[in-house]
Design a protein around this ligand. Structure first.
Ligand code: F6R
Length: 267
């Protein structure tokens, strides 16, 4: 089954599907992921997924869980790598992305725990660089990411690759590393943490390069709060001032799923 978009656009070389609401856009993104798992596993016996957290993909995970429960989808042979994690944070902290993934996906499906990789927010700081490099090596050893699921920040971030003054060629080379969160990101995370002051100001994140090396990229953006960032990212040209605009460097493999609210400033 394939959910039909209300509108289809082609912007900066990328396919952009626009749906009436977030439920339909999320369902379409979930169908894209399920198709990738089925096709890739059929040809290679395995499938390597890059996953995202946040409020946007919760409906996607609910659909994937529903498919698994209905017997239409299995995660056997699948490996997952999450985009990011706060630093420092314990895996059993309810605000961690470990906890989020367990709650929304991992505990419901037949994914082998050893194949679910989330960056470790408890690694002592002197070992963080090596931990991040190892995360990259794990992905490489599995043959790279077949699909990376993304959300977009209000400031245009992807993963926790925040807007910075950096030439595109150098941004393209960014790999998994420790970063400082942007004030907008901290303001948005205040929802979960209770106040801006309580937001953990640093995180570990896959790099722009790690993301762009995936064989396919699914960007899901819903809600009016994302409209401006979405419009900036799709208007181009690629700039690290709007990190999501760098997806235009990999136009053939990137698909945007939007609802009308998120698409309303797209021209
Ligand atoms: C999450 C991530 C972030 C979010 C983005 C949108 O793993 O990497 O880039 O995708 O901040 O967050 P929500 O969906 O909460 O608006």
């Amino acid at each position: 089954m394939k959910t039909t978009a209300a509108r289809t656009l082609h912007l900066s070389g990328m396919d952009v599907f626009v749906y009436a609401d977030s439920a339909a856009a999320s369902l379409a993104a979930a169908e894209h992921i399920a198709r990738t798992i089925e096709h890739v596993r059929l040809s290679r016996g395995t499938c390597v997924l890059g996953l995202a957290t946040g409020s946007t993909p919760t409906q996607v995970y609910a659909h994937l869980v529903e498919r698994y429960r209905g017997g239409a989808l299995s995660f056997q042979g699948v490996s997952t790598y999450n985009l990011d994690e706060y630093y420092p944070i314990a895996a059993n902290d309810t605000l961690s992305y470990h906890a989020y993934m367990y709650e929304h996906l991992f505990r419901h499906i037949d994914l082998l725990p050893a194949r679910a990789h989330v960056l470790d927010g408890t690694i002592p700081e002197p070992f963080v660089a090596e931990h991040c490099a190892q995360f990259e090596r794990f992905i490489e050893a599995e043959g790279g990411l077949d699909l990376q699921l993304l959300g977009i920040g209000r400031n245009g971030h992807i993963g926790f690759n925040e807007p910075i003054d950096l030439p595109v060629e150098r941004a393209r080379g960014l790999r998994t590393r420790m970063v400082e969160l942007h004030p907008t990101t901290r303001a948005d995370a205040a929802r979960e943490f209770g106040s801006v002051e309580r937001v953990i100001p640093r995180a570990l994140t896959m790099g722009v390069g790690t993301i762009l090396d995936a064989r396919s990229i699914v960007m899901l953006a819903t809600g009016a709060a994302k409209a401006e960032a979405v419009a900036r990212a799709l208007a181009g040209p690629p700039t690290m001032q709007t990190p999501a605009s760098l997806l235009a460097l990999a136009p053939q493999k990137t698909t945007w799923y939007l609802d009308e609210a998120a698409a309303r400033e797209v021209v």
